[in-house]
Design a protein around this ligand. Structure first.
Ligand code: TA6
Length: 299
């Protein structure tokens, strides 16, 4: 595997000998591209996404920490911006590790590690001011021939306990949302943020035909979510220690309302399947660690 930095040191790119690649912006440690060996892009990135560090990236895999959405009733995080500050901080690249069995390329993989801590120069100033806890984050992005994994380890390095939520806000690229079917969420309880009254569990598959914003809490963290298109499985998402799956598509009106969402009909080419621990709070005492991960496998 080769790992290269961009001219302006704003991003790092890894490529396997067979051509698969991943690109990560140090701003937010945001994965902004994941391509298969043929060069087909698997993630959706808005044409108007800010990649200059001025705001969270619209697309790719933004990192949500320490709060999902906003939590006006939660003392510790109620003054934080939506989805917290990890995605708007500048992370450090900590290094890479590759494993290539020289006899079989199929085992090739490359892992990129990124770090952010309460003492880091790149920490969003809002965080220091509004979330005064001693923390350390290690974020790992692992590329193999047929998968991309992201994992976050959160540690509490201070005396004060803190609550946190973690989520990988993954924008999957699809050809046409009308052809998409989501399986693996049948009979699963969910909170519907579009129409709070309606949250009756449903059978598989789930189709997306309007604004959709739901927090599912599947019975088992190992339950896979499969995204198919025109009857063909495309992505299989599995979770490790993450209790929830958010399904989001902004549809016409919400897409129109986001300045950095372009093209405006781009919601037809994207679907957010967001593994996280967001239905409650992880409480970390001094020295505690929380770890959660997702693996997206190409079908
Ligand atoms: O993950 C779904 C969601 O919480 C939606 O409610 C919507 O706000 C989306 O995240 C995007 O949030 P952002 O702050 O990135 O515009």
């Amino acid at each position: 595997a080769t790992v290269t930095f961009s001219e302006d040191n704003s991003r790092v790119r890894a490529e396997l000998p067979t051509g698969e690649s991943v690109e990560v912006l140090l701003h937010g440690a945001t994965v902004i591209s994941w391509k298969d060996a043929a060069g087909d892009e698997k993630l959706w990135l808005s044409d108007a996404a800010k990649l200059d560090g001025s705001k969270a990236v619209r697309g790719g895999i933004p990192l949500v920490f320490p709060v999902f959405g906003t939590a006006p009733d939660h003392e510790q995080t109620k003054t934080l911006p939506q989805h917290g500050f990890a995605r708007t901080s500048r992370w450090e690249f900590l290094g890479k590790s590759t494993s290539e069995d020289s006899f079989s390329l199929s085992s090739a993989s490359v892992k990129l590690d990124f770090g952010l801590s309460s003492a880091a120069a790149g920490l969003d100033p809002l965080a220091r001011e509004r979330w005064p806890y001693a923390f350390n984050l290690i974020y790992s992005v692992t590329l193999t021939r047929d998968s991309l994994s992201t994992g976050l380890v959160v540690t509490n390095d201070g005396e004060k306990p803190f609550d946190c939520q973690v989520l990988f806000h993954t924008y999957l690229r699809v050809k046409d949302i009308n052809e998409v079917a989501i399986a693996g969420l049948a009979s699963t309880p969910y909170v519907d943020k579009v129409s709070p009254a309606a949250s009756a569990p449903h059978d598989d598959p789930l189709a997306i035909a309007a604004e959709t914003d739901r927090v599912y809490t599947p019975a088992s963290a190992s339950a896979a979510v499969t995204v198919s298109e025109s009857g063909e499985p495309k992505f299989r998402i599995t979770r490790d220690n993450l209790s929830d799956v958010v399904v989001w598509n902004p549809w016409t009106d919400k897409a129109a309302g986001m300045a950095d969402f372009e093209p405006k009909d781009g919601f037809r080419q994207m679907l957010c399947i967001e593994p996280g621990s967001v239905s409650g709070w992880q409480v970390l005492e001094q020295g505690d660690a929380f770890e959660g991960a997702q693996t997206i496998t190409l079908a």
